[in-house]
Design a protein around this ligand. Sequence first.
Ligand code: ADP
Ligand code: ZN
Ligand code: MG
Length: 476
Amino acid sequence: MEFETVIGLEIHAELLTATKIFCGCAPKFGDAPNSHGCPVCLGLPGSLPVLNRRVVDMAIRMGLAVGCEISHNSVFARKNYFYPDLPKGYQISQYDMPLCTNGAIDIEAEGAKRNVRINRIHLEEDAGKLIHDQDADSLFDVNRCGTPLIEIVTEPDLRSGQEAYAYLTAIKQILEYLGICDCNMEEGSLRCDANISIRPKGETKLGTKTELKNMNTFRGVEKALAYEALRQRDAAASGEAIVQQTFRWDPDRNRTVVMRSKEEAHDYRYFPDPDLLPLVVDDAWIRRAAETMPELPARKRARFIADFGVTPYMADVLTLEAAIAKYFEETLAFCKDAKLVANWVMGEVLRFAKEKKISVASLSVTPRRLGALLGLVAEGALSANAAKRAFDIMEMQDKDAAAVVAEEGLTQISDTGELSKIVKDVVAKNPKEVQRYKAGETKLMGFFVGQVMKATGGKGNPREINKLVSELLGQG
Ligand code: ADP
Ligand code: ZN
Ligand code: MG
């Protein structure tokens, strides 16, 4: 029997606010343990939560970015469970009345497009952290308690690990464009739980799902889903029932490990939090949030293709991050050759930023400097190789293109008179090669160009040299 894989994802994204969701503590990763806590986030008796307005702004923006309806009324609920990293004994979340509902985004994987519906985006607080040290003690750190999260839940619309990967990438990109999450999976600011089931092709009812946790890269999610899809098929083939369970992905062994069997929602005894009023968002609030929306990746990609004539692949790379797209467009203000600029941004600029582990926005070669450098390339004053050398030096010495080109003597010799003298000289010194060339061995052109190049110290304009040699020896 042929099976279809069905996947739904739940993404938790930590929001980049200055303070936690219900108190004034800073939600900072990496600070000394227990340096950001107060009666509210510790859940001390008598303390009361106050909702952080910026959290709502950010969640509305995310909702709008993925086409959600923004609820005028949503409600915070208590999700009760015992865990040592949850001092209050409950997590404040949203349950049956979330802030955003009914969105969707388009993704593309393996050349096929898919519309992925988003069931909801709700607000919640993060739990604290347990650190399990070597002596089998568990230590508690309150710093993460009350860090604002949005949870983005899809409908079960994904059909493969690759599609899950594409969806995650798209969501991360939107979060990053909106500037509301740093999307650092290793530090846990972006987390993903994956739900997966299989069903016979053509069946419309959903099969029993399992849940996968603990993947800390997008590739990990993709691999874990591929593994689980196969495991479920094997189970089905041998007549084994699929049990609703939660698995942990073990990246070292490349396999899933059972964590627990699934709790049901009623185990959490959700109920509206009596300490918090319903969240009322009026049209004016939504409008204000909408006014601060940046151009989103999909639209930017389409505009780059239409306006600058770059290929879809180039547009993908150039819009990967908002900062890259900005760098590209700013460079165009100084050099109009969009394809040339695109190639350089995709090449040297990204390579350097990656090597230095910094954003392109922090490079010493600013868009203005790169634009000036590429202007010299476009007018033939600088060869591509010389420009690459100049770029390296500009980046290392924090200098303008003109200064580096002058100091290093990188200007290309395009002066026909000067080149012509060298060409004649090379021809005179290599009579045997001239004979062979004239006898039809035209590939010797490379030899002549190489010799002239050498004589110019690599600064000759190869196109000019080629022309001059052809003129002198004939087309061969
Ligand atoms: P739960 O109550 O177990 O949390 P939900 O209905 O809230 O389940 O769904 C959680 C996530 O799991 C959603 O992304 C949803 O699309 C997905 N999901 C639900 N049922 C299935 C299924 N049978 N197969 C795959 N994914 C599913
Ligand atoms: Zn606090
Ligand atoms: Mg659920």
